[in-house]
Every structure is written in C-alpha cells, then in structure tokens.
Design a protein around this ligand. Structure first.
Ligand code: PMP
Length: 375
C-alpha cells in the first residue's frame, strides 16, 4: 500500500506518547498566554494590525510574484531599509519567513568545498540550511568557541560558523563575541540567527549583535524573524551590502519564493516604529523573564537562567511534560511543551515566554498555576 510505512510510524509514536495534534486557537481565547513568541505583545497592537491592514489595502493580499519579478513593492524596500538601519547593518533582505532566511543565508554562504561549523543546539532551520548547503558541515559542542576554533583549524579554505544567538529550547545565549573572535582568527564568516534576540536584546531591542558591538561588521551576517518580537510574519537577512547582493543572486529560497505578503511587511514596519518610540519594551521583556525564573526557582523548580525572554523549566519526563502542560491549560494558562524529538538531548521541558506586556498579577497567576500543577 502507498505510504504504508507511515502507519507503523504512527503506531510507534502513539506507543511512545509522542503524537502531536493541532489545536485551533479562538480569536478571543480567555487563556493567559505564556506559549507564543509575541515577546513584546505587538501581534495585536492596534498600530501593528492597522499597519498590516493598510498595507493589504494599498498593495493587495499577496505580493503577486517572486521578489525578482513583481513581488518587490516599495513597502518591501522600505522595510529592508528600516530593518538594516534599526539593527545597524548596511543592508537587509526580506524573505517570506525566518526559516527561509536561514536557508538562504547558510546555503548561499557555504559553497562547494567550504566548511560550515554548526552549534549542536542550533534551530532546525539552520540545520536544514546546513543539509542543503554544498559545503561540508561539522557539528560542534554547544556554545563552545574553542570547539569552533578546533573545527576551523582542520579546514584549509572558505568557512563559516553558524549559531543561534538565543537558543530556542533553553533560552540561553551564544557567546557571540568569542565566536566572532574565533572566526576572525581563521578568516571565517559568522552567520547568527537572532530570531529570539531581535526586540529583546541590545539597545531598545536592536538585537544580540548590537548588544556585543558586532552590528555592521563586515564578517557577520544576522538572520531574523518578523514573527516573534515584531508580532508579524516573515524573515530577513542583515549584513554587508555585498553579501545581501550575493543573496539576491544566489539564494534559492529568496529567488524562487513569492515575496512576503504586504500585510506582513506593513505590520513589521509598524512594529519597528513602535520599538523606536517605546524602547523600554525590550528591557521589560527581559525583566519579566528574570522574575519568572527567580520565582520558579524559589519554588524548587529547575529552570535555566534566561538570557533573553525564553524561560525553560525542566519536566520529569515527556509524559510528565504533556500532563503538566494540559493541567496548566485546564487552569487557564498556555505554556509551551518541548519533548523529543524536538529536543535532541531527550530532556522534556515547559517553555515559557516572558511577554513585555504581562502585568504583575498575570505573572503571579502564571507562577501559581505552574507550581500547583507540577507533576
Ligand atoms: N530560528 C529560530 C531560532 C526560531 O525559533 C524560529 C521560529 N520557530 C525560526 C528561526 C523560524 O522563523 P519563522 O517562524 O519566521 O520561519
């Protein structure tokens, strides 16, 4: 039978308690949300939704074509200028998702014969970029600049190191300055995915590279998503103009994909405008994360000290994590549940996102529910 093998896989998944299902979210959910990536609470901000609506009315519901044909509107160009300027880079290129941005950056910057050095904790989209790249990938120990150095030393030729800036599972930060130092010793490039750093780290949310003085460096390329702190959808690559020009000509997920929907571009632009006017949002998201961490740790829960807005809390087992998440939901709180195979280390966790717009009362309630429902 066609696809017969998937039934065996489905049975194995059921036996292991690892079946995933979709749960449609109503527009007016009464649940307290600590699961989304809307770090700054901008996805439903009236200025952001109005920016998206206005863009759709002016430019249409879709971009109508790939970026090199009809899919580059003046709005896309404006968003690229604004992203580059806000984050401190020479140029930016907007793609339809952060996933596509990572595939674009890694594949276009790792040609045949080159070496890609990839952190073991990298996001799936960077891993897939490595898999699609023509260069050879070497996976190295997590957040370990010496391991990167060792890998680079084995290779005679072009090389690039790739890393998340803030790792999506545990919320810990990469040692960016040290990584850049290691790359410079060997003349290698550095590509970092700032999906969880933009809007949260750096001055007023200008991102992880700006926070450590790497913004605008000629050997550093940053990818971002527009779907987390900016509350919209889409992705971008930021870097030197010559790198961005190269991507326009060589990155397949840019060239062969329809341009970003105008509404998403308009929403992201409005969000960037808000970040400029209200720079305290970034620090507030970090403070909420620190408070959640401190309170959960006092209750005896094992959490990872957050470097940005992601707070990871250890669960005793995959089943325990699923039950804990369900019990939180029954008590009015949504939290993320990470378990194998999403986490290669086999450790299951609750993943909480610290939103800048959470009130003191909401933080209190979230902590109480997590404590009361712990397995
Ligand atoms: N990188 C990281 C670290 C992420 O967490 C995500 C989102 N899950 C992405 C990239 C992908 O971004 P997008 O959702 O915009 O495709």
């Amino acid at each position: 039978m066609a696809f017969g093998w998937i039934d065996e896989q489905a049975r194995a998944r059921r036996r292991a308690g690892l079946v995933r299902t979709l749960r449609p979210r109503p527009a007016d959910s009464p649940l307290l949300d600590l699961a989304s990536n809307d770090y700054l609470g901008l996805a439903r901000h009236p200025e952001v939704t109005e920016g998206a609506a206005r863009a759709a009315r002016s430019w249409g519901a879709g971009a109508t074509g790939s970026r090199l044909v009809t899919g580059t509107t003046e709005l896309h160009a404006e968003l690229e200028r604004e992203l580059a300027d806000f984050c401190g880079f020479e140029a930016a290129l907007v793609l339809s998702s952060g996933y596509a941005a990572n595939l674009a950056a890694v594949t276009a910057l790792a040609p045949h014969g080159s070496l890609v050095v990839s952190d073991a904790g990298n996001h799936a989209s960077l891993i897939d970029g490595c898999r699609l790249a023509r260069g050879t990938t070497q996976v190295v120990a997590h957040a370990d600049p010496d391991a990167v150095r060792k890998a680079l030393a084995t290779h005679d030729g072009d090389a690039v190191a790739v890393s998340d800036t803030v790792f999506s599972v545990d919320g810990d930060a990469a040692p960016l300055a040290e990584l850049a130092g290691a790359c410079r010793e060997y003349g290698a490039g550095l590509v970092v995915d700032d999906a969880h750093g933009l809007g949260v780290l750096g001055e007023g949310g200008r991102g992880a590279a700006q926070a450590v003085g790497l913004a605008g460096a000629d050997d550093v390329v940053v990818t971002v998503t527009l779907s987390k702190s900016l509350g919209s959808q889409g992705g971008a690559v930021l870097g030197p103009a010559r790198v961005i020009d190269h991507l326009v000509n060589a990155a397949r997920t840019f060239i062969f994909d329809t341009g970003l929907a105008p509404a998403a571009a308009g929403g992201a632009l409005a969000a960037l405008g808000l970040l400029r006017r209200e720079p305290d949002r970034a620090a507030r998201a970090r403070a909420v994360a620190a408070e959640l961490y401190a309170r959960l740790t006092v209750m005896g829960l094992r959490a990872v000290r957050p470097d940005a807005a992601v707070v990871s809390v250890r669960a005793p087992s995959p089943e325990g994590a699923v039950r804990w998440t369900a019990d939180c939901r029954a008590a009015g709180l949504t939290v993320g549940c990470f378990r194998p195979p999403s986490v290669p280390d086999g450790i299951s966790r609750l993943r909480l996102t610290a939103r800048a717009d959470l009130s003191g009362e909401e933080i209190e309630r979230a902590v109480r529910v997590i404590g009361e429902t712990r397995p």
